[in-house]
Each structure stands twice: as structure tokens, then as C-alpha cells.
Design a protein. Structure first.
Length: 300
């Protein structure tokens, strides 16, 4: 979502595709309050501790304090891994969307300046989630590379307004959330439905007016995101270009990060020179030389 603010040209040309949901969600109650002098009715289901900046990225029920850059990266990494793994285990179709899809396009990872993650499901999946998995907690266990184990808990919360497939007052464009209960960071899940099947068959839309053709979504492509199996829309390049402009697929510096092609990583500026350059494995010297011929050659 953060990217929207930077690719303003794209936003001007394609307002329907680029309207950042958080901004609209948060602004409405203030405007209404100012005009009518009445206490606005809070129709919003999901609440965040703050407006559309950093604090807009935490669920208010689980927010304790702002997390560091490192903790955010670690949280988002396990958020998406747990979500994709649990959904796959349960055979629930979902795919990555918006800025999360753009991160996948670059290197199969979350872009390090991102604050939240976006996924999509079909409206029928959303209905099923609401009926069967609303307010369920999910344990996710994993083993780190160094052998240590990690365990976290996530909440799947489905917005009761998700049954309504039109935008309404704009306060409930997010249909469901997958929330890290330790700190409140989350994945926004939105449903896509054919809102006008007689006039516009094959056009799928979310409540925030992003539109997709059936053939651009399906068949979904099998891929890997943050190291776990994932799905992306069939015409991911078209979808990304429409939403963020072609420039988003080539621009190599963003929000204080630089794309380093040799590493296939976005590296935070300031870390650029302290990081060791990437050396292909074939050219690396052995850290722990083995005995035998290798050592002999080294000595000679
Ligand atoms: C994760 O580990 C905890 C404790 O070690 C265990 O109680 C739980 O069942 C595990 N969850 C899964 C999904 O394996
Ligand atoms: C999910 O559960 C919460 C808490 O009970 C409830 O407020 C909400 O309406 C439920 N969502 C759906 C889709 O039923």
C-alpha cells in the first residue's frame, strides 16, 4: 500500500486502481464529524490505534508499541509464511496481491519497507471463511536454519460486512485479517466478486474498486513466496503495471532502499557498504577448509 503514495502519476491516471484503502478508511469519520457536528456512527469493523501513517498498520486489540524495522521484517515474514501454509493445508485458495505481489515480482519476498501485506480470495471463499473459520486462532511452528524452533499464534478475523460486496461508506473495504497477536501487525485479506455479472461478466472487483478480468486471475500460477508455496494471478505483470505503472517494475531505489541485482535483494541505504557483496557459491573460498587435497593445493 505504501507504494501508492509514490507512484502518484499512476494514481492520477488510474484512480480506481490506485486508491489507497487506508487513507479513505481513516479520513471519512473526521470529515463527517466536521460537517454535521454530530457524533459519527462508527461503522468500521477493524480498528487501528492510529490514522493512515505507521499506526494504521496495527490491529488495536493487539497493539502494544511500535515495532523496530527488524521486528517488523521478522513479523511480516512469519505472518505470510503461516498464512500461506495454513491456507494450503486447509485447501483454501488465496493469492498474493498489491504491494505484496510487487515484492514477489522482484525477488519472491516482502519489500523491506512494506508495513502490511495483502492477499485476495474469491467472494465464495470469503463466505466460507466467515462461516467456518471466523475468530479462529492458529498456531504456527517452524525450525530456523540454526536448529532453534519458533512458535507464534495468529488470529483470523472476518469482517461481518464482508457479505456486502459493494463499497458502502468505505469503512469496511478490508474483508478479513490474519493478525499476529504478539504485536498487532496483520495481513489484509480482500475478497473479489463479480459484482455485475449481467452487465460485466468476467469482471471481478474488490470493495475498493480494484478490477480484474477472470483470465487475468485464473489459472493462478504456482510459485514460492518467502520460501513457502504460494499462488499469484495468471497475468501478474499486467495487474502490477495497471496498479503501480511500468516504472514500479524497473525503479531500483525506493524508500531508502536500493535494489542490488547481484544479491537479488532490496538493501537498506546505509547498510549498502557494510554488507559483504554477494559472491557466487562457486567462487567462494571455503570457510572451514576440509583436510586432504584441498588443503594441499592451498598451501602450494
Ligand atoms: C506447536 O508447538 C506447540 C508446543 O510446542 C504445540 O502445542 C502445538 O500443537 C504445535 N502446533 C502445530 C500446528 O504443530
Ligand atoms: C466474526 O466474529 C466476530 C466476533 O464474534 C463477530 O463480531 C463478526 O461479526 C464475525 N464475522 C462474521 C463474518 O460472522
Amino acid at each position: 500500500m505504501q507504494l501508492n503514495h509514490l507512484f502518484t502519476l499512476g494514481a492520477l491516471l488510474l484512480p480506481a486502481f490506485a486508491a489507497p484503502s487506508e487513507v479513505i478508511e481513516e479520513r471519512d469519520p473526521m470529515t463527517r464529524q466536521g460537517k454535521s457536528h454530530q457524533k459519527p456512527v462508527d461503522t468500521k469493523y477493524f480498528h487501528e490505534p492510529g490514522g493512515n501513517d505507521e499506526l494504521g498498520h496495527y490491529d488495536i486489540r493487539y497493539f502494544k508499541e511500535s515495532v523496530s524495522y527488524e521486528e517488523r521484517g521478522d513479523t511480516l515474514h512469519h505472518l505470510i509464511r503461516s498464512y500461506l501454509t495454513v491456507f494450503r493445508e486447509k485447501n483454501i485458495e488465496t493469492w498474493v496481491a498489491h504491494g505484496t505481489l510487487l515484492g514477489w515480482w522482484w525477488n519472491g519476498k516482502i519489500m523491506p519497507w512494506d508495513w502490511d501485506l495483502d492477499t485476495q480470495v474469491s467472494a465464495s471463499t470469503l463466505t466460507w471463511l466467515g462461516e467456518n473459520l471466523n475468530m479462529t486462532f492458529h498456531n504456527y511452528n517452524w525450525t530456523n536454519e540454526d536448529g532453534t524452533e519458533g512458535q507464534r499464534e495468529f488470529l483470523l478475523d472476518v469482517n461481518p460486512n464482508s457479505a456486502e460486496r459493494v463499497r458502502g461508506d468505505g469503512m469496511n473495504v478490508i474483508d478479513a485479517r490474519w493478525i499476529d497477536v504478539r504485536n498487532g501487525l496483520f495481513i489484509d485479506i480482500t475478497g473479489l466478486s463479480e459484482t455485475n455479472p449481467s452487465m460485466q461478466p468476467g469482471i471481478w472487483s474488490c470493495k475498493n474498486f480494484h478490477r480484474y478480468r477472470t483470465r487475468d486471475l485464473y489459472p493462478l500460477r504456482e510459485t514460492v513466496f518467502e520460501g513457502v508455496p504460494a499462488l499469484v494471478p495468471y497475468s501478474f505483470d499486467k495487474i502490477l503495471t495497471e496498479e503501480y505503472s511500468a516504472r514500479a517494475l524497473t525503479k531500483t531505489s525506493h524508500e531508502g532502499h536500493h535494489w542490488v541485482p547481484e544479491q537479488k535483494e532490496w538493501v537498506r541505504q546505509g547498510n549498502l557498504h557494510s554488507r559483504k557483496p554477494h559472491v557466487p557459491r562457486s567462487l567462494q573460498t571455503e570457510e572451514n577448509p576440509k583436510s586432504g587435497l584441498g588443503n594441499l593445493l592451498r598451501v602450494l
